[in-house]
Design a protein around this ligand. Structure first.
Ligand SMILES: [Zn+2]
Length: 431
């Protein structure tokens, strides 16, 4: 089995990461320039294929096939078609398998940029200020992808390579279904561990648990009327708001201390209900006919996505039965996340090894982080029983305005992954 790598190799790897520092920043710029929001991931996926090719690996496209995945418990109902948006993976095969295999996983999709005019510099034009790179996706999680790629490059530059299989998986839809991760995971052999360099809560952290998430869509059709006969109409926007209000009590209830799993103790308000979108109405002088709200409901450890779905169905049915909504038609759809929560094993050797290497290269430490959002890590944990080390660079304002990542921190994560990969997989001379 693998033993701690010798000091010479260790020094050579760290020097190689140092030599690749500027290259890594350029690679991150290229990735941030790809506006890889839902449905627009092609440029980022093509960039990943180029990057894998330049590592001397053979990139392979892995389609996300809803028909093939539908029966899997980790599957979420899709929002849009998967045509032309295949995940990209690459596999390093050693000459001799001596160590433990490893998957390096990252999502290329990013959330919408929001109000672009509120950004100091345009969201898809990466800009460096004060040692940080600004841009949508810079922190979540393109810097993490750059870190694992650069870690592998550094081993090669040092004349070495992992002495075990290393998979690299670049996937879509981490931010809305996770189906890309599920497809890629199932297309490849199980590995002995997974590293996912997702950003933490703005300080060095190792994900120790994460909530589940359910996405639901409520469509209300009211009765249209001219505003002069406003009483004759039923305002779909007001009705949608009345339904949304029902979730305030639910949210309070789900955050009561006795419902919080021990892994989330001390986390302020871990179960969040977010109304993320509202669309509807036709004209300022017409009572609106139809309104649709999109919501995201958190799932505490100890509960399942299926139970939360049932809760949402009950609350919406109760709201629809309210006399104030008489005459309205209420439709409920589940599209997007149907994700269960999970707890990561903080005693897994990959986790303790990564923590130790991070402490050694940075002088800091990765504190345990129970997350009120989710990552693709759940697939490997829940459905494969594969240990996951989920930790990444210091990112600020992810999903917000002026998202950024600290470049020194990205460098620390790269060094941590490089040493951990070397130690986990063992080393052999580069091919
Ligand atoms: Zn992410």
């Amino acid at each position: 089995m693998t033993e701690a790598i010798d000091q010479g190799a260790r020094r050579a790897i760290l020097e190689a990461v140092e030599a690749l520092r500027d290259d890594a920043v350029r690679m991150l710029e290229r990735l941030v320039r790809c506006p890889s929001t839902l449905g627009n991931e092609q440029s980022a996926l093509n960039e990943m294929a180029r990057i894998y090719h330049d590592l001397g690996l053979v990139p392979r496209r892995v389609p996300t096939d809803p028909a093939a995945l539908a029966a899997h418990p980790g599957f979420s109902p899709p929002l849009i078609s998967y045509d032309g948006r295949d995940n990209v993976v690459a596999v390093h095969t050693p000459r001799e398998r001596k160590g433990r295999s490893l998957a390096l996983q990252g999502h290329v999709d990013v959330v919408p940029e929001g109000a672009a005019d509120m950004w100091e510099t345009p969201p898809f034009a990466p800009a460096i200020r004060g040692g940080r790179m600004y841009g949508r996706g810079a922190g979540d999680m393109k810097a993490g992808i750059v870190s694992y790629v650069t870690a592998f490059r550094a081993l090669r530059l040092a004349g070495l390579q992992p002495a075990a299989e290393v998979q690299m998986q670049s996937v879509i839809e981490e931010e809305c279904t996770g189906n890309g991760a599920l497809a890629a995971m199932l297309a490849l052999p199980r590995t002995d561990a997974v590293i996912i360099p997702e950003p933490g809560p703005g300080l060095p952290a190792m994900y120790s648990a994460e909530v589940g998430v359910v996405w639901a869509w409520v469509t209300v059709s009211g009765r249209p009327a001219h505003v002069r006969d406003m009483q004759a109409g039923l305002n779909a926007i007001k009705a949608a708001n009345a339904i949304a209000a029902r979730f305030e009590d639910y949210q309070r209830e789900m955050n009561r201390a006795e419902r919080i799993h021990p892994s989330f103790r001390g986390v302020n308000h871990p179960v969040n209900v977010n109304f993320g979108t509202i669309e509807g109405g036709e004209w300022n002088s017409s009572v609106p006919t139809r309104a649709r709200i999109g919501m995201r409901v958190g799932v505490m450890m100890g509960y399942t996505a299926a139970q939360t779905k049932a809760d949402i169905e009950r609350l919406v049915a109760e709201a629809a039965a309210d006399p104030a909504l008489k005459g309205a038609t209420v439709k409920l759809d589940f599209k997007g996340f149907m994700a269960d929560p999970c707890v990561f094993d903080m005693n897994a050797p990959i986790v303790t090894m990564a923590k130790r290497n991070f402490a050694e290269v940075s002088g800091g430490f990765l504190r345990d982080y129970p997350a009120t959002g989710l990552t693709d890590g759940r697939f490997f944990t829940l459905y494969q029983d594969t240990p996951v080390a989920c930790f990444g660079p210091d990112a600020q304002e992810i999903h917000g305005i002026d998202e950024s990542v600290g470049l020194d921190s990205m460098h620390d994560i790269t060094r941590t992954i490089a040493l951990t990969m070397a130690e986990w997989c063992g080393l052999e001379k580069a091919a």
